[in-house]
Design a protein around this ligand. Structure first.
Ligand code: HEC
Ligand code: HEC
Ligand code: HEC
Ligand code: HEC
Ligand code: HEC
Ligand code: HEC
Ligand code: HEC
Ligand code: HEC
Ligand code: HEC
Length: 390
């Protein structure tokens, strides 16, 4: 089939008027199997107006095997990271053949079809330049697309199956430690830092804020350094063990073993309007803040907090990272210090509860950004009762 006759065929098939050379270029990039099958596939009939500018994983028709779109490893995996840090990984967008069998219509719509913008910067039949793929995030997060992108997924990571075997300094040469029953907590908690470090610690610096606050900040909230812990930024740590060489399951190409669609949103202790003037460029930090649903102001790096064992506040054996209800930090772990027998003993929780009782419009701000506007939950009342010893 010559490019010319192919072009006419597509015109009839999709009923769209397109520049013939445009279609010819696109089709020349498509494998023959797709070319042969597309006319037999039913075309999607949109029920509502769709913009086709963002790819949703949760659309019914997209809930396919991950491998039908994501090929492991990508052709470019050796180029996506520095030579000494490269490993087999998915580092490029799915190719046209993952989409066209269902989206022929969108692929040939107008001179610059909207759907191209999901993967391409400024797609034309000759310009194939793409946004960086969301992995590795070090590159993606600093791109125009990456700065505003939100993931469709959460990571499911069973801490209980890992804490005794993960150790070392976080490099890819981590050693396997014999799990012994007498493993100390200290040993296990040293493992936490392989994957979780304090983000932007204040350390010995005088400057406690993440970005410069306005001159007249007063008691108003402004984000401080050392608030958030980081998490794994991608596959480097996981694939050190979960690789073809080690044979440790889940295998790297079984994406769904670790990635699960986001659960329905729950109330978080975050306010985009309050955060906006802070102009925080660090995407990881903002991602952590947006997920906080216990205390939006809690700082890990703080003299009263930093010496505590992680297990004071986090129970990693009952935590399911894909279920936010199980990762919540109970107020009981704060109450040992922030609730006192009476308000005069200095407990911040007592103080705020008293204030709220006196003034119904009082907003609790010590530990909260937005949750402090809501009614006082049962857990807080119980914590005060427990502290009073009655
Ligand atoms: C129908 C094709 C298709 C299928 C099936 C698919 N993906 Fe994707 N995936 C894409 C495209 C296209 C992108 C790029 C989207 C973007 O950058 O906006 C992407 C991006 C991603 C990203 C990065 C963006 C984000 O939301 O975090 C992850 C992670 C991902 N896919 C995981 C998966 C997993 C896990 C599965 C299987 C459960 C899967 N994908 C199935 C097409 C697909
Ligand atoms: C198996 C068929 C199928 C495949 C493969 C497929 N899609 Fe879709 N896609 C659909 C259907 C059907 C809809 C419309 C859903 C509806 O009407 O409810 C859709 C909707 C969309 C939307 C609009 C979402 C919205 O709500 O605005 C985008 C964007 C999209 N697809 C992009 C892609 C891309 C990019 C690929 C390839 C990586 C792809 N799709 C692969 C069937 C598919
Ligand atoms: C789901 C992501 C995705 C979408 C949507 C998409 N492309 Fe692509 N495109 C790619 C990838 C990946 C390649 C590289 C393919 C390869 O290496 O074989 C590519 C290659 C190209 C190339 C060749 C450039 C080169 O470097 O080889 C052109 C031109 C192109 N695309 C145009 C378009 C146009 C026009 C649209 C919209 C009608 C579109 N693409 C939609 C992912 C996409
Ligand atoms: C091998 C890497 C790894 C190790 C080691 C590890 N974690 Fe995690 N942790 C993760 C991943 C992955 C998540 C999922 C969240 C994400 O996507 O960042 C997570 C999530 C968490 C969360 C929930 C965050 C939230 O969503 O609220 C807490 C708390 C946590 N880890 C604490 C710990 C503690 C305490 C230890 C040590 C006992 C530990 N982790 C060891 C990888 C690890
Ligand atoms: C005094 C209590 C306390 C201690 C001790 C503590 N954390 Fe946290 N941690 C919290 C609170 C509160 C949150 C916010 C939870 C939320 O709102 O979702 C949190 C959140 C996290 C998160 C998610 C990212 C973030 O900052 O929001 C990770 C990961 C985490 N903690 C790891 C650790 C590790 C590792 C240790 C030990 C080195 C530790 N934490 C010690 C209270 C604590
Ligand atoms: C030190 C090696 C090591 C590292 C690093 C590691 N894993 Fe694992 N992982 C294992 C082993 C071994 C198992 C099997 C444990 C078992 O079945 O008891 C496992 C099991 C799993 C399972 C399956 C658990 C189940 O219920 O079957 C998941 C999911 C998983 N790992 C995710 C991750 C993620 C995500 C990361 C990176 C944040 C990671 N792993 C890093 C060694 C590792
Ligand atoms: C062993 C567990 C594991 C497997 C298997 C796995 N991933 Fe991931 N992936 C992770 C973790 C952990 C992160 C980084 C943490 C996060 O996103 O919160 C990540 C990050 C990503 C990112 C960067 C964007 C983002 O959401 O942070 C993409 C894209 C991605 N994975 C795609 C895939 C695809 C496609 C597959 C299958 C070929 C796959 N992953 C298999 C654990 C895994
Ligand atoms: C010392 C820190 C601290 C103070 C002070 C505090 N809270 Fe909380 N709050 C927490 C923590 C931790 C959680 C999450 C776990 C829980 O509810 O036990 C929480 C959760 C909440 C929730 C969500 C409850 C739910 O079940 O969804 C609301 C609403 C709330 N607080 C309101 C308030 C109000 C109103 C005040 C002032 C009277 C207040 N908090 C003072 C730490 C605090
Ligand atoms: C071991 C005692 C202890 C525990 C447990 C504890 N804190 Fe604190 N926290 C302190 C001390 C001491 C201070 C400094 C005095 C003050 O501001 O009350 C403080 C200060 C704070 C501040 C103010 C920080 C700042 O930058 O000004 C917040 C917010 C806070 N804690 C939240 C919490 C939350 C939420 C929890 C439970 C998840 C918690 N704390 C658990 C001892 C503790």
């Amino acid at each position: 089939m010559s490019p010319f006759t192919r072009t006419n065929y597509v015109r009839v098939a999709v009923g769209a008027i397109v520049a013939s050379f445009f279609v010819a270029v696109l089709l020349s990039r498509m494998p023959a199997s797709v070319d042969a099958s597309f006319s037999a596939e039913p075309q999607p009939t949109p029920k509502r107006a769709r913009k086709y500018s963002e790819f949703p994983h949760d659309t019914k028709a997209h809930k396919l095997d991950c491998s039908s779109c994501h090929k492991f490893p990508s052709d470019n995996w050796k180029k996506a990271r520095a030579a000494d840090a490269a490993f087999e990984d998915v580092t490029e967008y799915p190719k046209h053949d993952s989409c066209v069998r269902c989206h022929m219509q969108q692929f040939f719509k107008g001179s610059q079809p909207q759907i191209c913008s999901i993967c391409h910067v400024n797609a034309t039949p000759r310009n194939g330049v793409r946004h960086p793929f969301p992995n590795p995030r070090e590159t993606f997060d600093t791109s125009a697309k990456g700065k505003i992108a939100e993931s469709d997924f959460v990571v499911s990571f069973p801490h209980d199956k890992h804490i005794e075997i993960v150790a070392g300094n976080g490099t890819r040469s981590m050693s396997f430690i014999n799990a012994r029953f007498e493993e100390t907590r200290r040993r296990n908690e040293a493992s936490c830092s392989v994957c979780h470090q304090t983000q932007m610690p204040q350390g010995t610096s005088e400057d406690e804020f993440v970005t410069p606050p306005p001159a007249k900040i007063g008691d108003a909230f402004w984000l401080k350094k050392g608030t958030f812990k980081s998490g794994p930024n991608g596959h480097t740590t996981c694939f050190a063990c979960h690789s073809a060489e080690t044979g440790m399951l889940p295998a790297p190409q079984t994406c769904a073993a670790c990635h699960q669609l986001k659960p329905p949103p729950i109330a978080v202790d975050f306010d985009a309007k309050l955060a906006a003037p802070m102009k925080i460029e660090n995407k990881r930090m903002m991602d952590a803040w947006k997920r906080r649903d216990s205390s939006g102001t809690f700082r890990h790096e703080f003299f009263g907090h930093v010496e505590l064992s992680c297990s004071t506040c986090h129970n990693v054996s009952t935590m399911k990272t894909a279920d936010p209800k199980t990762t919540r930090v109970p107020i009981a772990s704060c109450a040992t210090c922030h609730a006192t027998p009476t308000t005069d003993d200095g407990g911040a929780l007592n103080y705020e509860v008293d204030k709220r009782k006196a003034e119904p419009a009082f907003q609790c701000v010590k530990c909260h950004i937005t949750l402090g506007k809501l009614p006082i939950p049962e857990s807080h009342v119980k914590a005060i009762v427990a502290a009073s010893g009655k």
